[in-house]
Design a protein around this ligand. Sequence first.
Ligand code: FAQ
Length: 311
Amino acid sequence: EDPALVEAFEARVAADEFIEPKDWMPEAYRKTLVRQISQHAHSEIVGMLPEGNWITRAPSLRRKAILLAKVQDEGGHGLYLYCAAETLGTSREEMVEALHSGKAKYSTIFNYPTLTWADIGAIGWLVDGAAIMNQVPLQRTSYGPYARAMVRVCKEESFHQRQGYEIMIALANGTDAQKRMAQDALNRWWWPSLMMFGPPDDNSPNTARSMRWRIKRETNDELRQKFVDITVPQAEYLGLTVPDPALSWNEVKGGYDFGEIDWEEFYAVVRGEGPVAKERMKARREAWDNGAWVRDAAAAHEAKRAAKAAA
Ligand code: FAQ
């Protein structure tokens, strides 16, 4: 690559300019973006499955309507993100193929099962809460289409987080059985939520370069710490206990100290060994196969329309 071009690119990024699809960019920058944006998109799409599991069993019509809208939003985020990745010269087919063949990753968090209705509350509160923490800085990521997609996504995620927290409030103020359900959901989702932020900084191969290119604006550990600091008081307000005996307020750093994450578990889930990883991939592949006739019909319709327009 021409060193003058690289230098000009680095200077633009350092000046906080957005890089746009037709601008020159180093191949490694393009590759990193395709990786991160497409994995983000896959996460949104696979992320529809754990919650979709509860649409038919939501406890009231109001809850059902809200959950349906939320899951639909996640589908929209995925499509938005696939479009952002396509501006980098990769196709939707290539990305979907990478997901289905197991080559592309998606967030570890969606490989855990949703066992009770309280899990829907915990996902909105913790998983969407963690997603917002990670995505708000991405509104200033250096690649224009990704940054702009994040603006709308963050607005919607913020509704999702409140939706989940409101379910938790209802359960935490409910019967003893409902309180137990809420606590059990917190116990099971707390640690996997902390894992969403990725490996620790000293073990994160991509962080240093992504920070320099301003793809990432904060490191994995910085975001994880912020999430813990914001979320612990929310658990206290609910009267629930965060399942971490090492959790304690650290006056000096002005934040919480917390226990060691089970990184063995994290890496196992990244490798595709999560509790419901096989079910998730099977559901996605089946959805793709069962939707083939829709794609064919849309393509045939478009071909007819184009032929008519040309005539
Ligand atoms: N799961 O060097 P780093 C949502 C991989 S929110 C799986 O630190 P990086 C909303 C990583 O890809 C969830 N893999 O990597 C929603 C890399 O492998 P690679 C999605 C993980 O990229 C809510 C390797 O480990 N959000 O969907 C994970 O600098 C509710 C080394 O890691 C995003 O994707 C993990 N947790 O930092 C939907 C946000 N962590 O690719 C439905 C955008 C790390 O080299 C319901 N992404 N890995 O083979 C990012 O901010 C970054 O990519 C990180 C990872 C922070 C995830």
